[in-house]
Ligand binder design. Sequence first.
Ligand code: NAD
Ligand code: IPM
Ligand code: MN
Length: 371
Amino acid sequence: MNGARKSNTLKLAVIGGDGIGPEVVRAALPAIIDAAAAYGVEVLVTELDWGGDRLLAKGAAMPDDAIGIVRAHDAVLLGAVGHPGLSADVSVWSLVLPLRKALDLYVNLRPVRAWNGVESVVRNAELTDLVVVRENTEGEYTGVGGRVHTGSVHEVATDVAVHSRRAITRVARYAFDLARARGQGVTLVTKSNVSRHGYALWDEVVEELGVAEYGDVPLEKTFVDAMAARLIQRPASLGVLLCSNLFGDILSDGAAPIAGGLGMVPSANLAPDTDSPGVFEPVHGSAPDIAGKGIANPMACVLSGAMLLRANGLDAAASLLEEAVGVAVQTDEGRTPDIGGRSTTASAGETVRAALASAQSRAPRTERLRL
Ligand code: NAD
Ligand code: IPM
Ligand code: MN
């Protein structure tokens, strides 16, 4: 999935999922296909009906050979999970978490930036260009734990946070490399003042790696509680935030208002330097409060598509798509209500396509064939 493309096709598995998931995917996919086509790459789509409806009908959100099916593709575009007919934990533990785990997608990348034309409640949002690098395999997400004495006054429940040197090292290396490439520093986010085993290990491992291999990349250590305030008050002071699984989850939603809200923040689940396909999905969930209304913002999904193209060697197509989003959200037709407009999901997606088409007609052909 990394490096320049050797083929002129890209095999894409598409999982709409639940709630607004299928709505944003339907609106975003044509723009993603157009952007790849502008660089001579045909996207071959396999639509997968996986999710809550399938679970209710057939007893499983995904088929038994799900991972094999996914592995036969270059990448996965996922809308969202969270079905109103199921408890939230069943939805997530039957699809999105097993996918991340089985493919060992150890980096969850969540870039957050401001957009011209999209108002932000955050001061100096326009000066901000940060990325959350979230450890994506362990922490509070291993499923280790349980309940005993159920229903009695002695009931006890545990969810054990697991932090390993190996998992910290590989995600920290990714964060340092990314910070170096972006010309930014790494800000490590922990709670090692209280969790003095797991987060102490984070502090040690990241510091050791920084000293040994990344002396040129500034490293700052912070606590998650202070970071929650800083994201709102001084977001432009941040570059690469290196977070554990749970802290990265929370802080990426916390950072979303910088971009205008959850409708504007994409993500990539990656296993760099392996042959596992990445899973690309908006940071937001299935948004049951607006599902079926046709007003969900598809831009987070479009931008996840741009990350997908980039991870598959189509850098110029990715940039073209991001620029088209930038143009679209400056227009009334490109803005859904969450970012101050009146557009529908479908017409916001179409506006991105129109912006793509007009950018293509302006770009010199050599530029378009840069790949
Ligand atoms: P959510 O992200 O679905 O919604 C939070 C708020 O943001 C809601 O008011 C919603 O309307 C709004 N919002 C989200 N996406 C939007 C968009 N594209 N356009 C406009 N507004 C948007 O979070 P939640 O309500 O806490 O969770 C709902 C369900 O989604 C839960 O079952 C949860 O477990 C699941 N979830 C799934 C994922 C995923 O699939 N990766 C991520 C987060 C939550
Ligand atoms: C996200 C979501 C998921 C997470 C859930 C759906 C498992 O909130 O992708 O941010 O916690 O990672
Ligand atoms: Mn989340």
